[in-house]
Design a protein around this ligand. Structure first.
Ligand SMILES: [Zn+2]
Length: 301
């Protein structure tokens, strides 16, 4: 019997292997996925895809310096039209998926498992933005959905972008929901370094990373320190302080009121059922209910 008290730690763990010239991240998410997915009634394949988008967003955002919101969006013309997650610089995560239940029901389960991107998302793109508030530049990266898995799409993005060479492995599991990522990034070669040796070190870093199985990455009984030791102890791996991520929506009654006020009063009153207007947050499913007096009050200054 597995120990039910164990769960993954919802932490982004940076690591460094100086001898191989790489920095990396291990991200292992458990309880947070229950909080993000729980309020929704997503079919298992959608919950799984969303778990991978969340862990990918947590991983990618952790290597960028920003003060604001990192958003990862995957959009396609398949049964799952949109999967998105955003991560604030404080580590707050919210997420959302949109899908067509009828089209999804027709998808072959084995196909969705082996090649989720073409089976579920179809053609489309993966995009991320970093929003640091008004009067700042928006940083954006975008890539077409190419390959069978989200990790394939991420690799495709890394290849095209002018960033550090990067390799990433993603895994996800159900019951309980879990997702894991390990990523290594090649640091710029040291001045005067032998090119072949540097290339060989990078290859070694990637091969060792790839030796990690999904089962290990998602096994709460194996700590992240142990995982990294298993992979890189011969090369001298060290870790720096990990950063927790947590479920955190940014909706509020004030924001909903502001949105409602942007519509004419008559239109809002038309939306009312039994005199009440209910607005449900698409991220966390909190519902905000406005009775007739409260609707009236919205339009008084
Ligand atoms: Zn919300």
């Amino acid at each position: 019997m597995p120990d039910v008290t164990l769960s993954l730690d919802d932490v982004v763990q940076p690591f460094h292997v100086d001898a191989l010239g790489v920095n990396g991240r291990v991200v292992r998410l458990g309880p947070i996925l229950g909080q993000l997915v729980g309020p929704h009634d997503y079919p298992p394949v959608v919950a799984d895809l969303l778990s991978q988008v969340v862990v990918l967003a947590a991983t990618l955002s952790s290597v960028l310096k920003f003060d604001g919101v990192f958003t990862l969006q995957v959009q396609g013309d398949g049964p799952v039209g949109l999967v998105m997650a955003d991560v604030t610089s404080a580590g707050g995560v919210r997420s959302y998926a949109r899908y067509d239940a009828d089209r999804l029901a027709a998808v072959d389960a084995a196909g969705a498992q082996g090649a989720p991107v073409p089976a579920l998302l179809g053609s489309g793109y993966l995009a991320f933005t970093v929003d640091q508030g008004p009067d700042t530049d928006r940083y954006q990266g975008i890539t077409e959905l190419v390959g069978a898995t989200l990790a394939d799409c991420a690799h495709d993005y890394f290849r095209q972008s002018e960033q550090l060479e990067t390799a990433i492995l993603l895994a996800s599991g159900a019951d309980p929901l879990a997702a894991g990522a390990i990523m290594v990034q090649r640091l710029p070669d040291k001045r005067g370094a032998d090119k072949d040796e540097a290339e060989e070190a990078w290859r070694r870093a990637v091969i060792l990373m790839s030796s990690l199985s999904s089962g290990e990455l998602l096994d709460p009984a194996v700590t992240t320190d142990r995982l990294l030791y298993r992979l890189y102890h011969q090369d001298g791996v060290r870790v720096t302080e990990g950063r927790p991520v947590k479920q955190s929506c940014r909706c509020s009654r004030d924001k909903v009121e502001m949105t409602l006020r942007s519509f004419p009063q008559a239109e809002i009153e038309d939306m009312a059922e039994d005199g009440k207007v209910t607005v449900i947050c698409e991220f966390c499913r909190t519902d905000y209910v406005f009775g007739p007096d409260q609707i009236e009050a919205l339009y008084q200054d």
